[in-house]
Each structure stands twice: as structure tokens, then as C-alpha cells.
Design a protein around this ligand. Structure first.
Ligand SMILES: CC(C)(COP(=O)(O)OP(=O)(O)OC[C@H]1O[C@@H](n2cnc3c(N)ncnc32)[C@H](O)[C@@H]1OP(=O)(O)O)[C@@H](O)C(=O)NCCC(=O)NCCS
Length: 242
């Protein structure tokens, strides 16, 4: 029998590799501020790894719904040296978020679709255990997450670039929803604290969503609000829950 476990949040981030190339040249000490010792040991001053590491951290704090501010740079540690990546959340932040038990799944990779620009993507999901006997998704288990990346070509004033990125994010969300097989119409909105939300007049729970923009790119991750924990088809369980 398949039971379902709620997914607390989802996060995605896009980071330009070129940004990390110049940042590491200009301010090599940034790694000491942004990354834990464990993360630095993996990054080893390499821009590709720094970009992936940063994207993974940002995706994780978005999945937790707090962002940096409530979370300090080193409150969330993503160890990309392990497969699958291991995520640690500091005891202080866990108390602040009321997160007694959790499981986070992080994936990070470089996209080289438009050389010389590379994009790092990561998706993170936090899940509490559902009832005493349930085990949240196991490493390697498929999560019902759809990710879409869109180009947002724009030049001119910053506000125009931001507008184009926002439009690209909306397109990425629509593609993500289509990939999930979601046919109900949704509007991308945001909560008072900045978190993205999907709103619809249609009945039923809206999928979770996360978006990111970076210098002419936008990405979206969309996820059903539950994941199967005991059966072999978590996507199927997600469909039932939607
Ligand atoms: C969200 C955050 C982690 C990443 O921001 P970023 O790298 O500048 O920008 P990205 O494009 O990758 O992500 C921005 C998107 O994250 C989402 N977002 C914002 N706050 C969020 C939160 N608390 N939880 C989850 N997602 C959030 C929004 O969708 C936002 O897009 P929008 O502004 O078009 O609605 C960062 O801005 C943050 O920590 N914000 C909240 C706290 C804050 O502003 N602190 C200030 C000190 S840095």
C-alpha cells in the first residue's frame, strides 16, 4: 500500500557560472563567508563548483521557505561530495522553523546549453515524516518535480531585464505544470514574504512552485504537494493527492 507524505517546500536556483568566475577573481574570500568548511573542501576554489554549491544552498533555503536573512549563510550546508548530496540544517534554524524531522533532496548540475554561459540548477524538497511508521522518500526515489529553464533575452535598463526574466519565469512555470500533466489554469502570485504561490479558481490543492532568475535566464520547479512513501510509484501517489 502507498501512503503519502507532504512535501513542505521546493526550491530552485540559477547561477551564472561567469558570475562566479569573476567573483572568485575579485573577492576570493567570498568562499569563507558563504560556505562551510565542508563545502569549501569540495569547492576547492573552482568556479564551476562554487556556482553549483551556491545554487544548491539557495535552492535549499527556498525549499525551507525562509530565504537568507532568517537563515545565515552557513545554517544550511549541502555536501555535494556525497551522492546523493547530504543536507544539514543547523539546530538553531530547525528550532526557528519548527522542523523536528526532515529530509531534503538536492540535485545540482551545470547546463551548457548556450556556451559560454553555464547555469547551475538545484531542486530541494523538505519532507516531514507522515505518521509514526512512515519513512519519507528514500535517496534515489523519484519525486514528482518538473523543472523548466527559459531564456529571457533582454537588454537595456535593469527594470526591462527584470521584466523579461519575470515573463520567462511565468513561461517556465507553465511548462513545468504541463510536464506534471496539470491542466487547471494557474496564476503565479507571491505571498507577503516573497514566496511564489500558484493561485487558481479551480478546486483542489495547488502544486508547489519555486522560481529563480539570473541574467537573462529563468527557471521554475513545480511539485505536487505529496510524495508516495511506501509504494513504488510516488508520481502516481502525487496524482491522487492533487
Ligand atoms: C530568495 C533568495 C534565497 C534568492 O534570491 P536571488 O538569488 O536574489 O534571486 P532568485 O531569482 O534566485 O530568486 C528570487 C525568487 O525567489 C523566490 N523567493 C523569495 N523569497 C522567498 C522565500 N522566502 N522562500 C522561497 N522562495 C522565495 C521568489 O519567487 C523570487 O522571485 P520573485 O522576486 O520574482 O518573486 C534570497 O533573495 C532571499 O533570501 N530572500 C529572502 C530574504 C531576504 O530578502 N534577505 C535579504 C538578505 S540577502
Amino acid at each position: 500500500m502507498t501512503s503519502s507524505c507532504p512535501v513542505l517546500g521546493i526550491g530552485i536556483d540559477v547561477t551564472g557560472l561567469w558570475r562566479w568566475r569573476s567573483l572568485l577573481l575579485r573577492e576570493p574570500d567570498v568562499v569563507d563567508v558563504a560556505f562551510s568548511e565542508q563545502e569549501r573542501a569540495w569547492v576547492r576554489g573552482m568556479p564551476e563548483r562554487a556556482a553549483l554549491q551556491w545554487a544548491a544552498k539557495e535552492a535549499a533555503v527556498k525549499a525551507l521557505g525562509c530565504g537568507f536573512g532568517p537563515a545565515d549563510w552557513q545554517d544550511v550546508v549541502v555536501d555535494l561530495a556525497t551522492s546523493p548530496p547530504a543536507v544539514q540544517i543547523s539546530p538553531r534554524l530547525r528550532v526557528d522553523l519548527g522542523l523536528r524531522r526532515y529530509r531534503m533532496v538536492v540535485r545540482a548540475g551545470l547546463s551548457r546549453r548556450t556556451p559560454p554561459i553555464a547555469i547551475a540548477l538545484a531542486a530541494a524538497v523538505a519532507m516531514p515524516p507522515h505518521g509514526s511508521g512512515a519513512t519519507p522518500a528514500q535517496p534515489g526515489q523519484t519525486l514528482p518535480v518538473a523543472v523548466a529553464l527559459e531564456r529571457a533575452p533582454a537588454s537595456g535598463p535593469r527594470v526591462a531585464v527584470r521584466c523579461a526574466e519575470r515573463g520567462a519565469a511565468v513561461r517556465a512555470v507553465q511548462r513545468g505544470l504541463a510536464a506534471l500533466g496539470e491542466t487547471r489554469p494557474y496564476v503565479l502570485d507571491r505571498s507577503p514574504d516573497g514566496r511564489p504561490l500558484l493561485q487558481s479558481d479551480a478546486a483542489g490543492e495547488a502544486p508547489l512552485v519555486s522560481i529563480a532568475h539570473c541574467s537573462g535566464w529563468a527557471a521554475a520547479a513545480v511539485c505536487r504537494g505529496a510524495v508516495g512513501v511506501a509504494g513504488e510509484d510516488p508520481l502516481g501517489a502525487g496524482r491522487e493527492a492533487a
